[in-house]
Design a protein around this ligand. Structure first.
Ligand code: UD1
Length: 380
């Protein structure tokens, strides 16, 4: 392997920009392709944190004229450019499928039909591909439930129950082998992306990896994008002296992984062959409730603002999903190093001084959910 030139699509974004910094430090020549979408980059210009040692090209991953020359010069491609909101994908179907699925299809079309020297392709996937996480019934064993029906959310029965004995199910860490259910358009496109890249990789002998990111958090996550990234959404609310809005009862469990650990894991995927041709969970292995996250962020910000617990569910939300990171540990030697409290404190320290500020557009996103009937009206 002699990877030197790395193309990072979406390299001005949140995960991408940290990866670019990490790759530059490791001595790679990095080229970024990014379209600077206004939902993430409000000013439509290159963000202040761009890395002076990388080369930046403004362009869309769906534009062959922009993408092809960069792919043909690269030894590795890390494909992060994507539309990334679960809720929004349920009413901007065409845009999500076009950017995510077709953008990846174009990349693969270039790799299959042009002479290139790409030795590794990494495509960002998501925990969205699992739908609900893995569960266990104390009496009946492992369970893999689907989405909770709207009637269950309307009755505010948040937890899953065993289809055989009706006992409440216990969430357990989700391994890559869990059955996949794509319950929203975003997750379907993430599944398309990972399956397409792994298939073409296997067929043509191009090592390919699909990191399934859990809830990545940290500096540079857009504070003014109300559609994705729950930790940044909460910080934005708090900085504007508003209550973070918590869906359901706040007891939903997630695995929050620091951006620095996520980037370390990506670098391992690039440099080691251990995960080639596989999807890989990228999480911290540590679970926390959403309510706890909202309270921790308020405390670290020094705000005595209690989260607003709505007791209302969104039709597309899963209840729990936490990462089993055994595969990444065994195959890549990945060990998360940033404890939640420390990572959240770093997010806060950055948010206080973020040059772009925190424009709280959450109410707009919330009313879109209401209008589309995606926020369930309780019956009781
Ligand atoms: C989502 C995706 C993640 C993707 C990311 C991209 C899923 C399950 N999550 O994560 O894979 O990489 O977008 O940015 O596909 N919540 C609130 N209040 C809010 C926002 C969210 O209570 O203001 C709750 C949700 O109802 C949910 C939990 O927080 O129960 C976490 O939501 P999740 O969809 O995992 O978080 P995102 O960060 O948006």
């Amino acid at each position: 392997m002699s990877i030197r030139n790395v193309l990072v699509t979406g390299g001005a974004g949140y995960i991408g920009s940290h990866l670019v910094d990490g790759l530059v430090v490791r001595g790679y020549d990095v080229v970024v392709l990014d379209s600077l979408v206004s939902q993430v980059h409000r000013t439509g210009t290159w963000p202040s944190y761009v890395n002076a040692k990388a080369r930046y090209v403004r362009g869309d991953v769906r534009d062959r004229d922009a993408l092809q020359p960069l792919v043909l010069r690269a030894d590795a491609v890390v494909h992060l450019a994507a539309a990334v909101s679960v809720g929004q994908s349920m009413y901007e179907v065409d845009r999500y499928v076009d950017i995510n699925t077709r953008g990846t299809a174009l990349l693969l079309d270039i790799l299959v039909n042009q002479r290139h020297h790409v030795e590794k392709v990494i495509v960002a996937s998501s925990i969205g591909v699992y739908g609900e996480g893995a569960y266990e019934c104390g009496a009946c064993g492992p369970q893999a439930p689907g989405l909770r029906p709207a009637a269950q959310l309307a009755a505010r029965q948040w937890e899953h129950r065993c289809p055989r004995c009706d006992a409440e199910l216990r969430p357990v860490p989700t391994p890559e082998s869990k059955a996949l259910y794509r319950d929203n358009i975003y997750s379907m496109t993430k599944h398309h992306q990972e399956e397409m890249v792994l298939l073409i990789g296997r067929t043509y002998g191009i090592p390919a990896v699909a990191p399934r990111f859990f809830n990545v958090y940290g500096p540079r996550q857009s504070l003014s994008n109300p559609y994705a990234g729950v930790a940044a959404i909460f910080v934005s609310r708090l900085l504007n002296d508003r209550q973070p809005v918590v869906f359901e009862d706040g007891g939903q469990l997630r695995d929050f992984v620091s951006i620095h650990d996520a980037v370390r894991c990506l670098a391992l995927m690039l440099e080691k062959p251990g995960a080639d041709f596989f999807p890989v969970n990228v999480g911290s292995g540590y679970t926390v409730t959403i309510l706890e996250v909202a309270r921790t962020l308020a405390r670290l910000l020094g705000k005595s603002i209690e989260p607003l617990v709505t007791n209302r569910g969104r039709t597309f939300d899963i209840r729990h999903n936490t990462a089993d990171i055994t595969f990444a540990r065994d195959r890549l030697g990945f060990t998360p190093t940033v404890p939640l409290e420390e990572g959240m404190a770093e997010l806060i320290a950055w948010a206080r001084t973020s040059p772009d500020g925190a424009v709280d557009l959450f109410d707009r996103a919330l009313s879109e959910l209401e209008q589309k009937g995606l926020l369930v009206q309780p019956t009781a």
